[in-house]
Design a protein around this ligand. Structure first.
Ligand code: FMN
Length: 326
């Protein structure tokens, strides 16, 4: 049993979070995380409209009576989705917590605060974490360079980023990026975090609503088999390395513009990978931590294994190390 101030502030049993995942953060997975005592986030923009999000929240409530949240990812876009309307659905549905990501959440904080929704802000640098803390969010998720999705442009891995952030952050803070097991949780606690946020590890669970080929690929793939796309555009994203991701990198490295890769990176193609299991249909998000994934457990098995082994690790090998050093 591992309990931290994150559990107290966010009302969950274990300091283990399933971050928002486009096309994946649906009721099946999120309710499974909640039922296992973790904190799961539905992904707002996976739903085509704010009304559809409201229905997904109802569906999730039918599958669990434990707390869960919604992720609202705000990214630069030519045709931005109606963020304000998605935010209002989150507030009106009575969801207790939102995970904001991608952009400074200042504009949306008054509405969340008025509705009593706690804000867990995910960011990739110490300066953005400090800024969000100053704005009054309730918790921080700090995503290291290892992470799936958007690691930012600073390239600071968790081993430095997490303790550097911990020196400045006084509210509950989660370490994110590269976590998959008890060793990671214990390391995160040692580095000054109050728990862990995971994406890729939850993608490879039984309840994750993606094709088995994707899960099998995560078990087989090594830590070197991800790729950073969009580096020249300063909008870096870490994805599973495949024929499409390598083509995108090559086009942009040779002076191509976003228009030249727009069709290759279309969200609809990535979604099809998850639905059909054809791994080369488009780009799809995965993190370096795939190199540590060996199986496809249920969410309950995964969370229970992490917290049990974390206790054993702390009381066993780590305690023995201290004794032998005396
Ligand atoms: C398939 C997939 C989709 C993701 N989509 C989003 C997203 O829409 N919004 C977001 O904030 N983070 C997204 N993430 C990032 C995760 O929430 C989390 O921060 C990240 O996966 C942590 O790194 P890890 O994969 O090493 O655990 C995604 C991750 C994955 C694997």
């Amino acid at each position: 049993m591992v309990r931290t101030k994150f559990c107290d502030v966010f009302g969950v049993e274990h300091p283990i979070v399933q971050g928002g995942m486009q096309w994946v953060g649906r009721a099946e997975l999120v309710s499974a995380v909640a039922n296992a005592g973790g904190l799961g986030f539905l992904t707002a923009l996976t739903q085509p409209t704010p009304e559809a999000l409201a229905k997904e929240i109802v569906r999730c409530r039918e599958l669990t009576d434990k707390p869960f949240g919604v992720n609202l990812t705000i990214l630069p876009s030519i045709n931005p989705p109606p963020y304000g309307e998605y935010r209002d659905v989150i507030v009106e549905s009575g969801v207790p917590v939102v995970e904001t990501a991608g952009f400074n959440p200042a504009e949306h904080l008054p509405a969340f605060r008025a509705g009593g929704v706690k804000v867990l802000h995910k960011c990739t640098s110490v300066r953005h974490a400090v800024k969000a803390q100053t704005l009054g969010v309730d918790g921080i998720s700090i995503d290291g360079f290892e992470c799936a999705g958007h690691p930012g442009e600073d390239d600071i891995p968790g081993l430095v980023l997490i303790p550097a952030a911990a020196e400045r952050i006084t509210i509950p803070m989660l370490a994110s990026g590269g976590f998959a097991d008890a060793r990671g949780l214990v390391a995160a606690l040692a580095l000054g975090a109050d728990g862990i946020n995971m994406g890729t590890r939850f993608l490879a669970t039984r309840e994750s609503p993606v094709h088995d080929n994707v899960k099998r690929r995560l078990v087989e793939a090594g830590e070197r088999e991800t790729e950073l796309i969009f580096r020249p555009l300063r909008n870096t994203a870490r994805v599973s390395r495949n024929a499409v991701s390598s083509e995108v990198v090559s086009i942009l490295d040779n002076g191509g513009k976003f228009e030249d890769v727009r069709e290759l990176v279309a969200g609809a193609r990535g979604r099809q990978v998850f639905e059909t299991g054809d791994l080369d249909l488009g780009v799809w998000t995965a993190g370096m931590v795939q190199g540590l994934i060996r199986d496809v457990p249920t969410v309950a098995e995964l969370i229970s294994r992490i917290v049990t082994e974390a206790g054993e690790l702390i009381e066993g090998r780590l305690a023995a190390t201290v004794r032998s050093g005396k």
